[in-house]
Design a protein around this ligand. Structure first.
Ligand SMILES: NC(=O)C1=CN([C@@H]2O[C@H](COP(=O)(O)OP(=O)(O)OC[C@H]3O[C@@H](n4cnc5c(N)ncnc54)[C@H](OP(=O)(O)O)[C@@H]3O)[C@@H](O)[C@H]2O)C=CC1
Ligand SMILES: CC(=O)[C@@H](O)[C@H](O)COP(=O)(O)O
Ligand SMILES: [Mn+2]
Length: 395
């Protein structure tokens, strides 16, 4: 039986992975090694019991007594803290779902690859912060990274029978997010609740706000560059409000191959879970006559400064991705806390990249985990300062 672990099991991607594992038969179909969560220990323990996991780990050390109590009598081990989450990735497994949100997902994913484990990667932040490191580790260990992000799963599937030499361009589709039809001058006033009203996808809070600002798409452009090794000039973004086409690959003969389906992450999660096979999945089938039309429009740069910023990050490479992601995470924390406005998020990221521009190592060609973690820390400090200045300016 295949041994699997699910990191970030209590989140949106984690729960959808549990749904598919459960539909496949749960403990009768998979040996679950580790499940990890952040703070929701009641749900973490319930999933661990249902899947009969060996160990459940929560990120918050203060919640270990609660997790132990919730697992009492089950025989399932309990642990807590980021080191314990990383150690859970050392436990032998065949397949690991990486669905922790943010840069916290990097170390467990890297540890899994160091053991040669197949990594189903939803945590795009790992590729943005340390793409070279993840890919070189996977290559050294003969481990496979299977993309779970819907766009990258779509591209991966379109490329299954084609060499990269045949690729002319990659077109990432974007819904445009909750505020796509707002007048640009109103965006600065957008509230958290307004930015959370995603038109098509039900996702975690952070990625949903990132979708509205298109920081999500900016991360995905970098993710595409890292994962598929394509030149940034060959990566395009198009707004496709229906989110039916999940991305497209353009080939040198002019053909465009589009991956279509209902906006349901269980497709790309299930594809990665069953790969290299294609098995039945419980996703809605498209009724094209009912859909009738698919529409597209170019993103306006003034509405989505993140899409411009990611181009500079790709020009710099090295540790710029780690700085960009960390600054974005801090800017998002401040927006969620109400201390800065919606459009200040891109301002904070831009200020942080400017403040770090003379930093030795930003363009370092070969990066280590220590380099990445140091840059992540420094960028968080600079971004907090930048957010503080903007908060004062508002007050
Ligand atoms: N949701 C989606 O449809 C998509 C998501 N992704 C990517 O997948 C990843 C997960 O997204 P999503 O499921 O939406 O996020 P959620 O916020 O729904 O879930 C995040 C998960 O990570 C856990 N977590 C939070 N902080 C930490 C931490 N510091 N250390 C360890 N675990 C932590 C949470 O635990 P708890 O809740 O218990 O606190 C939860 O299990 C992200 O990288 C996102 O960009 C990509 C494409 C689509
Ligand atoms: C489902 C998924 O992969 C998300 O990353 C999605 O891309 C979010 O939607 P938009 O970023 O297109 O709004
Ligand atoms: Mn995506």
């Amino acid at each position: 039986m295949r041994r699997i672990s699910i990191f970030g099991v209590t989140g949106s991607i984690g729960e959808q992975t549990v749904d598919l594992v459960t539909r496949a038969g749960g403990p009768a179909a998979f040996d679950t090694v580790a499940v990890t969560g952040g703070r929701n220990v009641a749900r973490l323990a319930a999933i661990a019991r249902a899947l009969q996991a060996e160990i459940a780990v929560c990120a918050d050390e203060a919640l270990l007594p609660d997790l132990r109590a919730a697992l009492d009598g089950s025989g399932i081990e309990a642990a807590a803290g980021s080191a314990a989450i990383a150690e859970a990735a050392d436990r032998p497994a065949d397949w690991i779902m990486s669905a922790i949100v943010g840069a916290a997902g990097l170390v467990p994913g890297l540890r899994a690859l160091q053991h040669g484990t197949t990594l189903a990667l939803a945590n795009k932040e790992s590729l943005v912060t340390a793409g070279q490191l993840l890919l070189s580790t996977a290559a050294e260990q003969g481990a496979r990274i299977l993309p779970v992000d819907s766009e990258h799963s779509a591209i991966f599937q379109a490329l299954a029978a084609e060499p990269m030499a045949a690729v002319e361009r990659i077109i990432l589709t974007a819904s445009g997010g909750a505020l796509r039809d707002w007048p640009i001058e109103r965006l600065a006033q957008a509230t958290v609740a307004e930015a959370l009203a995603h038109p098509n996808w039900a996702m975690g809070q952070r990625i949903t706000i990132d979708s509205a600002s298109m920081f999500n798409k900016a991360l995905e452009v970098i993710e595409t560059r890292e994962y598929f090794g394509v030149d940034p000039d060959r990566i395009e973004v198009i707004i496709h409000p229906e989110s039916i086409i999940h991305s497209m690959v353009g080939f040198r003969d002019g053909a465009l191959m589009a991956h279509m389906g209902a906006p349901d992450m269980r497709h790309s999660i299930g594809y990665a879970l069953n790969w290299p096979d294609r098995l039945d999945l419980p996703v809605r089938r498209l009724d094209l006559a009912q859909l009738a039309q698919l529409t597209f429009r170019a993103p306006e740069p003034g509405r989505y400064p993140a899409l411009t910023l990611c181009r500079e990050v790709m020009r710099l490479r090295g540790l710029a991705g780690a700085a960009f992601n960390a600054a974005k995470e801090i800017a998002l924390d401040h927006f969620l806390a109400g201390s800065i406005g919606f459009m200040d998020m891109s301002g904070v990221v831009e200020d942080t990249l400017d403040a770090l521009s003379s930093c030795p190592g930003l363009e370092k060609p070969v990066i280590t985990l220590e380099d990445v973690l140091a840059m992540d820390h420094l960028a968080r400090v600079r971004a907090a300062e930048a957010a503080g200045r903007r908060a004062k300016g508002r007050g």
